[in-house]
Design a protein around this ligand. Structure first.
Ligand code: SF4
Length: 285
């Protein structure tokens, strides 16, 4: 498999046998865009970058891990600077079977220049076999050009995710902004990764907009919710979100609880469309 295509430990992506396509890595989001960035713990992608950054002789092919390390050398050596990997573009076509493809989870793809994002979308358009799962904390950066391409070619093949980090104002403004986007009317599948880091929102009405919700928290390497100090997520905040979901008369809403979120009899569900490809892969079709 290509160095730009890899498995993942993210539970809801693992559950559907998704591959991470590292076409873009790194992130320049500011704390007002990303509440995770404001915490000491930092984000999962950045930690991964720090751990994986190439420090050794593996910049030469003599290193047995050269292929994997090379990605991180080029992607992360600039302190997690947004980096577009042009070499990753053919990786989609090299896959033998249709897969669920998680796009750019090693950063936030909206930090890349628009022309590189267009190359990324175009590669997805060209390979019609896969189902694409994207996630961003800054959907407002999507240009009309990108929206038009998505509407014309990717509806039914793209699940567009927004990450909500729990600041009520930001969360609600994303909801309202999405509703105003051209994309919104297109029948595109939306999903939300909700990370109640600061506080639960006050306006819950927008939950109807999503076909899949991942309810999570910032967790440490052992799955514990962090931070617990003032200003950070508290167990009661997460409880409020769980209660919000409990109210649901939306049986079709797929809900996945991340590690560290108290279970309340929820069954973790993954969108049916994602499971179809996972089944095909596990059965070797
Ligand atoms: S936007 Fe995403 S990649 Fe960027 S700092 Fe926040 S969590 Fe990390």
């Amino acid at each position: 498999m290509s160095q730009y295509m890899m498995g993942t430990q993210i539970p809801y992506l693992r559950a559907c046998n998704a591959l991470r396509w590292e076409v873009g890595t790194g992130c320049s989001n500011t704390p007002d865009v990303c509440a995770v960035k404001a915490t000491e713990a930092g984000c999962w992608a950045e930690k991964l970058a720090r751990e994986k950054v190439c420090k050794g002789p593996c910049r030469t092919t003599a290193c047995p891990n050269h292929e994997e390390h090379e990605l991180y050398c080029t992607g992360y050596r600039n302190a997690f600077a947004p980096t577009f990997h042009r070499d990753a573009l053919p990786a989609l076509k090299r896959l033998r079977r249709p897969r669920n493809i998680a796009v750019g989870f090693g950063g936030d793809f909206t930090c890349l220049p628009v022309e590189d994002r267009m190359r990324m979308w175009e590669a997805m358009v060209e390979d019609e076999r896969h189902l694409y799962i994207t996630l961003t904390k800054a959907p407002e950066r999507l240009t009309r050009q990108e929206e038009d391409l998505i509407i014309e070619h990717l509806v039914g093949r793209l699940w567009f995710g927004v990450s909500l980090t729990g600041d009520a104002e930001r969360t609600e403004s994303i909801a309202h902004m999405m509703a105003e986007k051209h994309l919104y009317l297109s029948g595109l599948d939306y999903w939300a990764s909700v990370e109640p880091i600061l506080e639960p929102p006050t306006d819950y009405s927008y939950r109807h907009d999503y076909s899949f919700v991942v309810l999570g928290a910032l967790t440490d390497g052992k799955g514990r919710v962090v931070p617990v100090e003032e200003g950070g997520s508290k167990p009661e905040d997460i409880e409020a979100w769980v209660e919000w979901l409990d109210l649901g008369d939306y049986p079709e809403l797929a809900i996945c609880l991340k590690r560290g979120v108290p279970k309340r009899g929820h069954v973790n569900t993954i969108p049916q469309e994602w499971l179809v490809r996972a089944k095909d892969v596990s059965e070797g079709r």
